[in-house]
Design a protein around this ligand. Structure first.
Ligand SMILES: Nc1nc2c([nH]c(=O)n2[C@H]2C[C@H](O)[C@@H](COP(=O)(O)OP(=O)(O)OP(=O)(O)O)O2)c(=O)[nH]1
Length: 134
């Protein structure tokens, strides 16, 4: 059990009916696992600003938020993460990979087949259960 909570924003980016997923590189924490891209909230930063900044910094994509999902906490033992998920879109699908190993655009039925970071599983389930009603 860890008492240090790291606040992390993440983006579920939808474009032409597909969803962007990103594979963490060998040198990152959770190497080669899949995630919704994003990053740590800076001091006094609004989560909405953070996620737009991170998606530009990591993928050179301009992210527009459509709605938020509930935050999800996960305890990795040595660190505790609170993920703040945002669902939105972007203006094109070509990315520049500045941190990740690769990305994929997947149908939502394909999303469960990946080796996800553990903290992302409840975010994914929440997204799959709410998306069709939005
Ligand atoms: N971005 C992101 N991080 C996640 C997800 N799931 C998950 O467990 N994490 C963890 C991995 C890291 O421990 C932490 C986020 O760190 P990061 O390395 O992506 O964030 P960052 O770009 O702001 O980090 P830094 O290199 O600037 O310190 O949250 C996710 O879906 N997206």
């Amino acid at each position: 059990m860890s008492n240090k909570i790291i606040i992390v924003t993440c983006a579920i980016i939808e474009y032409e009916g597909k969803v962007l997923v990103a594979q963490r590189s060998e040198t990152m924490a959770h190497p080669l696992q899949w995630e919704f891209p994003g990053g740590k909230l800076h001091t006094r930063e609004l989560p909405e600003k953070c996620i737009v900044r991170e998606i530009m910094e990591e993928l050179q994509l301009s992210f527009s938020i459509r709605y938020r999902l509930h935050s999800c906490e996960y305890d990795y033992g040595h660190k505790q993460i609170r993920l703040l998920p945002f669902v939105g879109t972007c203006t094109h699908k070509e990315v520049k990979l500045l941190e990740h190993k690769r990305i994929k655009w997947l149908e939502r039925e394909e999303l469960r087949h990946l080796d996800w970071c553990k903290a992302d599983i409840p975010v994914l389930e929440q997204y799959l259960s709410t998306r069709s009603s939005k």
